[in-house]
Ligand binder design. Structure first.
Ligand SMILES: Cc1cc2nc3c(=O)[nH]c(=O)nc-3n(C[C@H](O)[C@H](O)[C@H](O)COP(=O)(O)OP(=O)(O)OC[C@H]3O[C@@H](n4cnc5c(N)ncnc54)[C@H](O)[C@@H]3O)c2cc1C
Ligand code: SF4
Length: 502
């Protein structure tokens, strides 16, 4: 029986982040481990309310009140088991999820303090490692059926693990030189150290999953070859087509880049250092890209922009402006606009924001300014108002509001336009829809029979928790397509949307 008064005795508390001057001098994670006393106290705040709305907030349907109570009572092994029953990779979500479950926590009604669900989750995930490691599960007798998973992000890996555990032979194809998708070279180490991925991959490999890196499906092997080798295919290629601003004067200048170019280059340097190899942050063509000593302007307000900000600080930027088209959101939930338990539009402060830089809201770039040699030297911005008319976004500059910001490096973090247009699509006979995503039928198959889709490639750029949920659900559909015995868990269907009032 959970403690019904825990939330009255204890306030919401998170562990202190490492001090800014210390953490920006390395690439290690921002949060230290919380410590057992704090985490048991915080788990005690969960009152196991009759209808746990947090379940609906979490796309995985994580059994949050169950494992909160197991942590409260010090039953760590059972908590590890309960958490892994619904989530293949809680060490990723516990570190990186924006926690829609917390927005749906009953303790958050009326501006209250939700349970620190995500923090409890990561502590359970880390306890699994500390208490004997991520032991592989015993694999059942082989079914004789084989599945190709294209793309090794969280969607592909979750599906691969589920299918291997059902006895199917699984091969994951990844065009990059390492497995992990955006977790590997997109998300910086200060949010997710890569040892967490490597540990999980060792478990998958021990459970029988085969990995083939450096294989661009559609280029290095054809869809026809993949289909001939396997009984089913899951496409989990992400939504990596970065949005651009080609119409803005000066876009072609040196020093104006897609944010991902900056992140991938920086993350590769960290990965090389971890292997004891010196490296420079360079673009694929060898051009250096680094914020050291430079004035940086980041355009965009989401995860990618915040990650660029943290990277710029660690590289030794001379100063950063982060620009957002929209006005500054409120600090707290506007209950009329986003009633509990939906995901609210509020100002999100990432740890990178307390490390420095200036956020500028309600502005749009009018021009990237040339220094006379073809290199960017500044960004001319104007204050703007934004409204929606007939579903279209209308951005109106305010006359006389223009000013220039210094900029030696400009990073475009203005979102993604769906999955990349690449040979694989035509070869498998699947098409991008108007959003640049690939549609799935209710059983997760694309227009091509036996070819399934999951994760960002289906949903559009989203979150790790959705990628894992879709990977698990697509695996269940593939298992049934292959005539597998019994059913695998399917936490979402292809039409499932986040909790929203509008
Ligand atoms: C900078 C950044 C920061 C983010 N931070 C967060 C965060 O803090 N929290 C959060 O929840 N979400 C975050 N996200 C979103 C999250 O990373 C994605 O939603 C998630 O990774 C999607 O998983 P996926 O498996 O669908 O695809 P991805 O992780 O994108 O993986 C797709 C993989 O497919 C491979 N691939 C593509 N085509 C081929 C091919 N033809 N052959 C072989 N391989 C191929 C790609 O190389 C890639 O490795 C962030 C995204 C970005 C860009
Ligand atoms: S995966 Fe995300 S939404 Fe689900 S319990 Fe963890 S933090 Fe909450």
């Amino acid at each position: 029986m959970p403690d019904p008064n825990g939330f009255l005795r204890y306030d919401r508390r998170l562990p202190a982040r490492r001090p800014v001057p210390v953490r920006i001098s390395d690439w290690r994670e921002v949060y230290p481990p919380a410590g057992e006393e704090l985490i048991r106290e915080q788990a005690t705040r969960c009152m196991d309310c009759g209808i746990p709305f947090c379940h609906d907030g979490c796309p995985l349907g994580n059994r949050i009140p169950d494992w909160n109570d197991l942590v409260r009572t010090g039953n760590w092994d059972a908590a590890v088991e309960s958490l892994h029953a619904t989530n293949n990779f809680p060490e990723f979500t516990g570190r990186l999820c924006p926690a829609p479950c917390e927005a749906a926590c009953v303790l958050g009604i009326g501006g209250g303090q939700p349970v620190t669900i995500k923090q409890v989750e990561v502590e359970i995930a880390d306890a699994a490692v500390a208490r004997g490691g991520l032991r592989p599960r015993p694999v059942p007798a082989p079914t004789g059926r084989s599945v190709a998973v294209v793309g090794s992000g969280p969607a592909g890996l979750a599906a691969a693990q589920q299918l291997a555990r059902a006895g199917h032979a699984v091969t994951v194809y990844e065009r990059d030189d390492a497995i992990g998708g955006l977790l590997r070279y997109g998300i910086p180490d200060f949010k997710l150290e890569k040892q967490h991925i490597d540990r999980r991959l060792a478990q998958l490999a021990a459970e029988g999953v085969q990995f083939r890196t450096g294989v661009d499906v559609g280029v290095d092997v054809t869809a026809e070859q993949v289909r001939a080798e396997h009984d089913a295919v899951l496409l989990a290629c992400g939504a990596l087509q970065g949005r651009d601003t080609l119409e803005t004067p000066g876009r072609q200048l040196r020093g104006v880049h897609q944010a991902m170019a900056h992140l991938v280059a920086a993350n590769r340097v960290v990965a090389a250092a971890d292997d004891g190899r010196p490296a420079l942050a360079v673009l694929p063509d060898g051009t250096p890209i680094d914020a050291a000593g430079k004035h940086v302007v980041i355009i965009g307000g989401g995860d990618t922009a915040a990650d660029c900000l943290g990277v710029a600080h660690r590289q030794g930027t001379a100063g950063v402006h982060q620009l957002d088209l929209y006005p500054e959101p409120p600090q707290t939930r506007d209950a009329a606009r986003d009633p509990w338990p939906t995901w609210p539009w509020v100002l999100r402060n990432y740890p990178a924001h307390e490390e420095g830089g200036e956020r500028v809201f309600a502005v749009a770039v009018q021009e990237f300014v040339d220094d006379g040699t073809g290199q960017v030297k500044g960004v001319r911005i104007a204050e703007v108002s934004v409204e929606k008319r007939d579903g279209r976004r209308i951005v109106t500059p305010l006359p006389g509001s223009e000013r220039e910001l210094p900029a030696d490096l400009v990073l475009l973090a203005i979102g993604f336009e769906g999955t990349e247009q690449q040979p694989l699509l035509e070869q498998f006979g699947v098409r991008r829809n108007a959003r640049g995503a690939v549609d799935a039928r209710p059983d997760w198959q694309t227009d091509a029979d036996g070819v399934f889709v999951a994760g960002d490639m289906h949903r559009g750029a989203s979150l790790i928790v959705w990628a894992i949920a879709e990977g698990r659900a697509a695996a269940a559909a593939i298992h049934s397509y292959l005539g597998g015995v019994g059913e695998l868990p399917a936490p979402v269907d292809p039409a499932r949307q986040p909790l929203a009032a509008r």
